[in-house]
Design a protein around this ligand. Structure first.
Ligand code: FAD
Length: 464
């Protein structure tokens, strides 16, 4: 079969690119060895957030007496929780299949192997194309820890696929986004959770205050957190597993029924290239591309987790669209990494875009900052939400918004307004004049922007 484009991988990077390519008039084939939707839909974003929603409803039901509600004895059915999650992912997978069909993208359910610059072997089918786009994604990284092959040691794949993994004591190696979201889900269900993180704080790349606050909130919910802690081994114990690690206090152990290893993801490139043909890789094994997503072979492109820049679904989608637009002759197509929002779906939620005040200081950029603590926000009080805040960072000279960090209810939705503001270069004055509805969480943005301007209607002067 002769195509204009063959896409390898049906995750957010691949299927979105395939649809855009077809819309631009390219005959397009999509080769997917597992399920449409990729990691995001089947083993990532969607299953975690579906389980998180269930776990949050369960936790909130237990905190509802103050609202005048009494649900009696709470209980949950772990298998049914996963059945619902499977139904949600199946519904969304069907939607992707229909979209691909409606856009006349040919789907090959097979392992794709690149034979040469124009040929892909997809199972028994030999496909040729002018261009090839690799969107093969990533898989969980497994560090060389003794005992990581023991039964009961799992990755996020096992926790999220099929019926998941039930347990009473969960130990998580890695306090990054996946680790803290899993901790949140299991702690909300009343499980005993321990996090062991190698860095000095959980969520190491995030704003320091966000990490510290989340740590406090998780601890309040019973999660044990060890930081600056290096795991040396996992061993079999009488009733499960023991994790051995060293932290500031010396050698430590913690017991668990299940150990989740979530220490990052590596590119999924095994078997992707036939013998004697390959594109250049980075030192860390990701596919090397230029700013137009072109690999070392000029008609082979790569996007998404497999290039290892920002392992996020919306970044993969944006890269996929930019790559096919560039192929079709739109020379300016690109992705602005300063505008990629990062979100963590814990309670409270966390979201950020652009630069933090600390990062600005490091590069010698003078900034004006504003911060609003959400304790005084009416919607936060109405909904009994946890402590939280909104921080905004403006360039001192231009007064344009260049960053925002949020930790509050619905932060993952609120961030979109601030992404728009950063992308359009909106100023402090423009953002102050924007009228936001009452009562809403987004009124906190008004307060943070006003705090940056040195006047805030709803914050007492002493607290500024
Ligand atoms: P993938 O989604 O990994 O898709 C790649 C596809 O390629 C797979 O379906 C794979 O089967 C297929 N494939 C690989 N090799 C071949 C081959 N040779 N032939 C044929 N098919 C092949 N991101 C967010 O933005 N928000 C979140 O809330 C979020 N939560 C996450 C939670 C977890 C637990 C995990 C693990 C990830 C999460 N992510 C989240 C990250 C997100 O899932 C990824 O960034 C995103 O899926 C990357 O998209 P992709 O298209 O590059 O790759």
């Amino acid at each position: 079969m002769q195509y204009d484009l063959i896409v390898i991988g049906g995750g957010p990077g691949g299927y979105v690119a395939a649809i855009r390519a077809a819309q631009l008039g390219m005959t397009t084939a999509l080769v997917e060895k597992r399920d449409l939707g990729g990691t995001c839909l089947n083993r990532g974003c969607v299953p975690t957030k579906t389980l998180m929603h269930t776990a949050n409803v369960y936790r909130e039901a237990g905190e509802s007496e103050a609202l005048g509600l009494n649900f009696g004895q709470r209980s949950y059915d772990f298998a049914q929780m996963h059945e619902r999650k499977n139904a949600v992912t199946a519904q969304l997978r069907d939607g992707i299949a229909q979209l691909l069909k409606a856009n006349k993208v040919d789907i090959y359910q097979a392992m794709g192997q690149i034979v040469d610059a124009n040929t892909v072997q997809a199972g028994d089918d030999t496909l040729t194309a002018k261009n090839i786009l690799i969107a093969a994604g990533s898989v969980p990284a497994m560090p060389p820890i003794t005992g990581s092959d023991l039964p009961g040691v799992v990755t996020s794949d096992a926790m999220l696929e099929a019926q998941g993994v039930d347990c009473n004591k969960l130990l998580i190696i890695g306090g990054g986004v996946i680790g803290v979201e899993m901790a949140s889900i299991y702690a909300s269900l009343g499980k005993q959770v321990t996090i062991v993180e190698a860095a000095e704080r959980i969520l190491p790349p995030m704003d320091r205050e966000i990490s510290q606050n989340l740590s406090m909130i998780l601890k309040k919910r019973g999660v044990e957190i060890y930081t600056s802690a290096m795991v040396s081994a996992i061993s079999k114990a009488e009733n499960g597993l023991t994790c051995h690690f060293t932290d500031k206090k010396g050698e430590q152990t913690a017991d668990a029924d299940v150990v989740l290893i979530s220490v990052g993801r590596r590119p999924c490139t095994a078997g992707l290239f036939a013998e004697g043909f390959a594109v250049e890789m980075t030192e860390r094994g990701f596919i090397a591309v230029d700013d137009k997503f072109v690999t070392s072979v000029p008609n082979i492109y790569a996007v998404g987790d497999v290039i290892g820049r920002m392992q996020l679904a919306h970044a993969a989608e944006a890269q996929g669209i930019a790559a096919v637009e560039y192929m079709s002759g739109m020379a300016e197509a690109s992705v602005n990494y300063d505008l990629v929002p990062s979100c963590v779906y814990t309670t409270p939620e966390i979201a950020s875009v652009g630069i933090t005040a600390d990062e600005a200081k490091k590069v010698g950029l003078e900034v004006i900052t504003g911060k609003y603590v959400m304790n005084g926000n009416a919607k936060t009080i109405i909904e009994q939400q946890d402590r939280g805040f909104i921080k905004v960072v403006f360039d001192k000279e231009t007064e344009q918004l260049i960053g925002a960090q949020l930790m509050c209810a619905r932060a993952t939705d609120l961030i979109s307004e601030l992404v728009t503001a950063v992308s359009l270069g909106l100023t402090r004055a423009q953002l102050t004049r924007t009228m936001r509805p009452h009562p809403t969480f987004c009124e906190g943005i008004t307060e943070a922007v006003e705090a940056a301007a040195g006047h805030s209607i709803h914050t007492a002067p002493s607290k500024r």
